[in-house]
Design a protein around this ligand. Sequence first.
Ligand code: GDP
Ligand code: IMO
Ligand code: MG
Length: 433
Amino acid sequence: MSNLIVLGAQWGDEGKGKVVDLLADRFDVVARYQGGHNAGHTIYIGEQKFVLKLIPGGILRPNTEVVIGNGVVIDLAALIEEIEKLEESGIDVRNRLRVSNRAHVIFPFHRLIEKMSEARENRIPIGTTSRGIGPCYEDKTGRRGIRVADLMDAENFRMLYDILAADKQILAATFHLDEPVNYAEIREKTEEYAQRIRPLVCDTAAFLHEAMARGKRILFEGAQGTMLDIDHGTYPFVTSSSAAAGGACTGTGVPPTKIDGIAGVSKAYITRVGSGPFPSESKDAAGDLLRREGNEFGAVTGRPRRCGWFDVPLLRYTAMVNGFDTLVITKLDVLDHLEQIPVCIGYRLCGKELKEMPATYRELEAIQPIYKALPGWLAPTRGISRFEDLPSAARDYLRFLEESTGVEIGGVSIGPERNETIIRTGTKLQRLI
Ligand code: GDP
Ligand code: IMO
Ligand code: MG
């Protein structure tokens, strides 16, 4: 048995989709544990591009089964659209996807509530993906949410839906939201979608436990990144779920005792979409260069990603809260043309060097990063298949990241294609997969 969690070590978009797809053929099941269709996981197989939002990365491996766990929030229209799109490309989804009966359902009015909280005066706009993710999780923790299992019982669903819809109508009236919402139509559509996903719905925790009992291996897929985690991220500029490693257990019903390893995925630099503090952000031409070379535009919203330099204190922090065994460093090739590569090696606040990650966004915004410039390699890295064959300055750069973060680098990605990844021999990553 060897079950592995793969998750984002920064602010999302680290290349998790690519890494999960690469590793998925060595696992029997890939289980997604949180988030929703706010995620955008890009995978290239040759020239063919896939962007997965709700469906786990393993779907592109014909022998892997995939699970949407109880910690995920599901927009049924988005799920059905994603299934259909994949099936149009010839991928069998319906026989390999299981959807948790305990996952919560996103309704169109959740987007309306999100708009309200993003636009209201005196509220801090987070720059969300506008997918209704936060308000759906609010209903979940508020114990008034509607779960997939509730949809399977028409009478029960109607009762719960009418109560929830009445709540939202009161909110809309109180806050003078004059956007028309056809609650009856949403209910009918949901009933129709429920019938379509019914064959996929089950107790996915029981399914995963049965699979483990038969010696099957599970890969847990995180969405977003640790710095967007509701507890450990740069609150309030976070998403509303547990993206960090603990979320893999609460979001699937698989206990911590069954987890054998945790792999963090990190870019060789760093990006962030949406608002919030970003100590090593590069707002100048160098940042523009990273955006251009790295094609840093959101996979879901198309927004330009904010770009900056690898942040050692941030990575040390995310390694601490996740317990990373190993790191996969992606997009090393994006740095190929740089003569010098700054790395943030420390934080200063009010003249003092910080030992811990500040908890408030105001302190995070006031951080003065301490940089060290490392020599670039000015040579192409794409096409290289062994760590030893990387340019020596590239190896030195990676060794510096390894030593300063205290986590081994088990894998290096040097291009978007599935096979453009180096798994280093003799590493924990190699043993865990
Ligand atoms: P995810 O959300 O973590 O799965 O990442 P995204 O798919 O949102 O963003 C990562 C982007 O980088 C995608 O466009 C990938 O195709 C691309 N990508 C991943 N790894 C590499 C790499 O090693 N080099 C380059 N140049 N692009 C990469
Ligand atoms: P993947 O899985 C990057 C960001 C949004 C916003 C904040 C809250 O592709 O890495 P939300 O809609 O979740 O309430 O928005 O979180 N965000 C992401 N940023 N990658 C993602 O997913 C993200 N999912 C949400 O931009 O700042
Ligand atoms: Mg993404």
